[in-house]
Design a protein around this ligand. Structure first.
Ligand code: 5GP
Length: 111
């Protein structure tokens, strides 16, 4: 069954796109926790980081390159956080792999 991000990737639900190519989509988070809060995801429906298979690593590397580029474009390269919630205990709510790129304010320590 498709997740909300699957529907966004298919264009069935609108989103504010920040970056897109054939393999990767980046969108603004609908409930931002900072001035910059971007979700970067592979279009391939991988549930989370623990589900990444050996052949997917080039895709993940490309995704990290996209994150680096977006950080520059959003002018937060001096301080941003890139994280993925893996599984319910970590607070993952959408089971389509995505990385949160958060910045634009002083973020402080992790919990
Ligand atoms: P998770 O909790 O799985 O790590 O992150 C899911 C993120 O997706 C949350 O930050 C939430 O605000 C965001 N989100 C949930 N539904 C939508 C949506 O329909 N559109 C967008 N742009 N973000 C969403």
């Amino acid at each position: 069954m498709s997740t909300i991000f699957g529907l966004i990737i298919e264009g069935k639900i609108p989103s504010k796109k920040v970056f897109e190519n054939e393999r990767i989509l980046a969108i603004e988070d609908i409930h931002p926790v900072a001035p910059v809060h971007i979700l970067i995801m592979p279009k391939k429906p991988i549930p989370n980081l623990q589900s990444v298979e050996p052949g997917d690593w080039p895709l993940i590397a490309e995704l990290l390159q996209v994150a680096q580029k977006i950080a520059e474009e959003k002018e937060v390269e001096e301080g941003y956080r890139l994280l993925t919630n893996n599984g319910p205990d970590a607070g993952q709510t959408v089971f389509h792999l995505h990385f949160h790129l958060i910045g634009g304010r002083v973020l402080g320590k992790m919990c």
